[in-house]
Design a protein around this ligand. Sequence first.
Ligand code: FCB
Length: 443
Amino acid sequence: MRFPNDFLWGAATASYQIEGYPLADSSGASIWHRFSHTPGTTHEGHNGDIACDHYHRWREDIEWMKRLNLNAYRFSVAWARILPEGHGRVNPAGLDFYKRLVDALLENGITPMITLYHWDLPAALHDRGGWMNRDCVGWFADYASLMFRELGDRVPLWATLNEPWVVMALGYLFGQHAPGLRDLGGASRAGHHMLLAHAQAVKAFRAFAPQNAQIGIVTNLGPQQPATDSPQDQMIATLWHNFINRFFLDPIFRGEYPQAVLSFVGEFAPPIEEGDMETLQTPIDFLGVNYYTRNVLTYDATDAFGSRTVPQEGKTYTEMGWEVYPEGLYEILRWVHDEYGAIPLYITENGAAFPDEPNEQGEVDDPLREEYIRLHLEQSYRAIQDGIPLKGFFYWSLMDNFEWAFGYTKRFGLLYVDFESLQRTLKRSGRWYAEWVASQRFG
Ligand code: FCB
């Protein structure tokens, strides 16, 4: 298996999950800071106050990236570190943090990919309705423009939003993520405004960034399959497919929302104003695909959303309860390519949580993760062989971190993090990935 010479070999992280000290140096609070400090929201009240302390240990973390032989690193910027109130007053200390990080990455031959929004909306903006308020489109575009002006000359790859579907569904509809709402109308508005914000940021990007810098969006995708061929199971699988895989991509690539979802939400349809659907089609340079698993679905009248996932016999499940289904990565890349055309793709996240514990020698032996990565790389390679323009792979995550509502209980890292001492240890899978990447890059 020989990947293209210019393939990007990376790992991914997100600001609130790794940085810690979210209020340091005059930063504003985010909705995740507020949410995780609200009793009953996260596992045992875990929060990102310290996380991996990447905010202070970023130099050491770049050393680990070098030991992993990475030539790319995807991370996100905490909006409220840059603009404590979300718009208006700029906080230079916040900007400096990311400037230093980017410079150090470049000095070490590691290509930065910045995600502008990985879920930590400034709390001050949520107080004004956040993503449910159409003004958030302009707030985001202003923040994005500022980042392009400050870093557009040094950062070649930009992603506007991470997984807007998860923000919309878990944040505004099911209430498990910040801001913790259960409001179908609010979710629908938030989704539409996120898409508009993305598009306006892309427009702004064209004005600031050099010709060779690229911008895209990151979406969570995966096959949604019926458990049986009964019409009800097929109906429910098709609905989820439209909801998860098409809701954000159809507007961008086709200028329309999937009809199946519009019919389902009825009066709670997105608040489309004149010209919006043209704006949403603003061309992007690449699509980031986050892939973890598939869902095998059956109709279930007792469930509020009419369905549940069916466990598959003989399959490995991760600590998240997600089936290991590597073929799904190929299937979804193939689907995107066939459905929306030959847009360059990155796997911006792919990874697994397993119950890692250091042994007496202090080593973390995680053969299941090693196998997970290997199987997904095989499927990535298959896609490239079949002519799908896949440009890079970012393992989720560089290190164990704050897994949102699950707190520190789900370990996805190539690096094991001891959350008491904050010491990092390369797992067996990390050693394997480092060797794999070296043989691809230098072998
Ligand atoms: C994705 C998120 C990422 C992480 C992984 C496990 O949905 O983008 O922050 O939580 O799942």
